[in-house]
Design a protein around this ligand. Sequence first.
Ligand SMILES: [Zn+2]
Ligand SMILES: [Zn+2]
Length: 308
Amino acid sequence: MSDSQTNEADSILACEECLAPAEAFAVVGNETRLAILEALWELDRPAAFSDIRREVGMADSAQFNYHLSKLRGQFVRKTDDGYEFRAAGRSVIAAVLSGTLNQDPRLRPFEVTGECVDCGASLVAGYEDEQVRVRCGECGRGHGSYAFPPGGLADRTREELMDAFNQRARHLSCLSADGVCPECSGRMETHLFDTRDDPDADLDVRVEHECQRCHHTIHSSVGLVLLDDAEVVSFYRDHGIDLNAVPYWTLEWCVTDEHTTVEQVGGDGPGDAWRITVTVPLEDERLVVALDDDLDVLDATRRPCEAA
Ligand SMILES: [Zn+2]
Ligand SMILES: [Zn+2]
């Protein structure tokens, strides 16, 4: 049995009419066909043949029909109301709008909310290589970085960009921790690494999520995966704070391991049967969250803060 047959038997994916990726790219690798997809997106509804042709600005009806027919099936479908996107057509437009295919902007470092967890200086953010990076303006310590498609910079001020970055980074980290790849929706596996002996590491425990399909990899702290945990969110709510609106790079328990302890409770290898505790301090209380090595929350307990 070939590999592809094995995969087919194991997976819920059964597709007899799927296009090979190279064929699909060949279909849309044409100026007129991309223009047709953009016209459909602009028209924002099932559209008549004549409306799309007018939007594309193509006089030759036979030529236009030829290109439209190439898109039918995988990218566009015809309904009683007119032509509309299939998911593949929409994702081609999403890729164009994201700017990832053809843009490479940069932003010089600018000041953002928060103070360095090591030296107390102001934090700055910059944009390069399709990543937003937050770091200390003085000592350079990293406070968070995450991929951000260039299209997301359009129509946003720096402040709005950082709000969007905050939402994107926390949601996609939590999605990864829940086992779904933010890039391809493939299966994401989480591994923990003990980095106490690594002098270059900012954290003692590094969390790595890796997609088993596209190998997209995300590094994070243990704290970051707790940002959507119901106990943590309601702990903040009970103190009158909407955790979702707090920039994650300003939360010490997300950025450092000062509040994280790790003990090995079984197994031999690194990462085997670890029990991890993250203590989230807030005003007069602290929330002590215990996790296993899959980063599933085992227990969350509120305790008064010890007197200083
Ligand atoms: Zn610093
Ligand atoms: Zn993936």
